[in-house]
Design a protein around this ligand. Sequence first.
Ligand code: F6R
Length: 607
Amino acid sequence: MCGICGAVGKQQAAPIVFEGLHRLEYRGYDSAGIATLVDGRIERRRAAGKLDNLHTVLEASPLAGTTGIGHTRWATHGAPTTCNAHPHSTNRVAIVHNGIIENFEALRQRLENIGQNFETDTDSEIIALLVDYYLQQGASPKDAALQAFSRLEGAYAIAMIFADHDGLIIGACYNAPLAIGFGEQEMFLASDSLALVPFTQRITYMNNGDCVVLTAQAAEFMTFDGKVVQRAVHHTKLTDSTTHKDGYRHYMEKELHEHPLVIGQTLQRMINPATRQVTLPPLPFHLKHVSRAVMTACGSAFYAALVGRYWLEEIARLPVDIDVASEFRYRNPPLNPDSLGILVSQSGETADTLAAIHTLRHNAAHILSILNVTHSSMARESDVVLETLAGPEISVASTKAFTAQLTVLACLTLAIARSRGILDPLNEEEFVSALLNLPGCAAEVFKQTDAIRAVATIIAEKRNVLYLGRGNLFPIALEGALKLKEISYIHAEAYAAGEMKHGPISLIDTSVPIVATLPYGPLFDKTFSNLQEAKARGGRLFVFTDAEGDKHISKIAEQSIVLPHVHPFVAPILHAIPLQMLAYEVAVLKGTDVDQPRNLAKCVTVE
Ligand code: F6R
């Protein structure tokens, strides 16, 4: 949460920083601000709300200077006001911060006792005041920064500039990411390399506990005790074009349309076309020795993991334990070196999931992470990373990363099942064919856009919606409900279809639409009965099915949406797509901020 960006060199810094912040707005959009050095003095412009508001402020009052830092905020401590917007500054130093300073109250008390005045309600302001304190004691900017870092507890990526020190930015990161960009006589930093690609492809991802001294010519990396360290420069494959909407109304719409491509790319990486078998990267442990999987993730990634549990237990016969990452460590599950921790995350920075890695590590389990951002903190802390080739996902609501996660989990299941010696080659061939058919079937889903829009017009008028699914489609119902809540602000609940009669059935009346995912297959009859129970009580049914299923469903549903028939193994991947499309169309009809829904941020780096 929160995005930070900085630039130092020969060009005006504010437009570069603003451009970078624009690409980081997915990390938070409660307020924004930029500070630069003008004739050695710190000048700043800040605005509550989205980056557009800062743009208006900058147009009215431009910021000169070739050294600058900026911030886009997701509020943790203090309301999203202009006063609480970063950069926080004194006459000597200005800082931007992503993360939480957990000991800020104690530090603030000490500084207040010696007469320092605080202007904001944020935890971050303490960083500026602390550095200022050491500067007043005569420390150099670098020493003042290092002394301040040694006192901070919590998570932080920080950048700071200093009055009378044109051409200098100091940055640091601890449990929050920071990337450095190398230009020609100019250097950049940002929370995500996505913000740097308009300016450079040469990137260094800082290690946890690194500090950087940035000038126009160089980046000097050191640990918090001042020991100089070398960090590799990578050439990122990201390009500026990956961050455009390409004519779609929203990033979410563009990313929805990328489902077929992303599933195809991920399969191409994981399935050897010659042997038609899943090929994993080299593992530092033997899959056949794994006796149990422990899965954890957050939000949509957790629902992907839930589908993975159905697959691993049914197909690979591997016992699976699963929990949301924010609860995982409180259960303190007993683990041993034969346990395989499977973590799923788009960003690779989600603090709860990262904390789960630490618990797994502490208990000697192997750690396999399924990640979209492979230079992320989770990647660094995992034994092995399986990459979801979804490309940058800008919309806050996850879409294509979700189906890519499912695709990887499906492949992983087949690899584990084979290594355990329980996958009949004929079955393997059947599963692999089902996977390879998916990109084409996923592309066909978009032919149903008008039908999905018709359902959306009904749902957009409602206050509550029920989602139903059974078996490995139950997590897809959960995903559909989450997406609707998240971007359209309509309350939605998902239930395992068979569970409805144990309580939620009393909610059913004509005002609560029921969205069900029910392709024809082994679980059809039972779920069909559940839908009839709902229908008998006045429920209005909107059902995602296939041609065979529709022969039955059309008799009871107000509307059915007919999707291509796929093997039940891959049905969760296909059926996730129309449910996400439905949420999107409802949100568009409601006129919400689809790509940046209220109160959310894409990268949740606080616990
Ligand atoms: C929902 C959504 C979130 C994320 C969750 C985990 O649309 O985007 O629920 O899935 O915050 O994020 P990652 O996958 O980055 O760990």
